[in-house]
Design a binder for this molecule. Sequence first.
Ligand code: NAD
Length: 248
Amino acid sequence: MFDLAGKIAVVTGGSRGIGRAVSIALAGAGAHVLVNYRSNEEAAKETLRLIEEAGGTGEALGFDVADSESVETAIRDAAKRHGHIDILVNNAGISIDQLLLRVSAKDLEMTWATNVNGAIFCSKACIRSMMRNKWGRIISLSSVVAESGNAGQVVYSSSKAALLGMTRSLAREYASRGVTVNAVAPGFIETDMTADLPETARQGIVDQTPLGRIGRPEEVAAAVVFLASEEASYITGQVVRVNGGMHV
Ligand code: NAD
């Protein structure tokens, strides 16, 4: 449906979950996808296998999003190899859930280093190439809790809300250069991140969701592909909510 032929996309944390689904969907639309992983190269290669099985192309790209130097080096080399980077999906994220009184400085630092600093480092590393080509897409994975809040998620939800501030500022900063910047805010999606939730909590979430079920990674990926497409050229600084109506 959407044509991303000739585009080079970077998907951070593409080795599993939503990042894997996004990588497969972007490749399915024709993009060459650089599937980022931090340590699990095997899992990134499995994403690549799935991409190739469906007729797409990509490669694995190892770096830790929280490490500004390795982000710069990996993305600079990739841009040199391919001539351009067109699409960045800031998907890598971690969640350490604690009530405020149990939050440690280390939990806070780790979460923000990955979820916020990581997205800013990756955006910075890709923006020059996008500006040069006068075309680019930056799409960041926020969360329903950035807007609704959630008891026990002060660290995670504040980091995801920070991504909305980043999105709106970058949208204003780079609109004149042909770069659109948007966020996708999923509700509760079936992945490793949510796999450990007890059955009662899971049922509680389903009960609060008008569509009456948990979401699938592919349903989030579909919104990302749309935002990456030419058809979304007049959308910037926005949040697309993929949450089954959980927060309206
Ligand atoms: P997941 O835990 O299954 O996958 C996260 C990926 O990020 C993993 O591949 C992990 O290796 C990678 N990652 C973590 N730290 C990294 C780092 N420093 N450098 C590079 N990669 C790193 O999670 P998911 O459920 O697929 O979530 C993907 C994104 O969507 C996250 O940003 C998450 O916060 C967001 N999100 C998920 C849900 C949900 O219900 N699953 C809801 C809202 C938002």
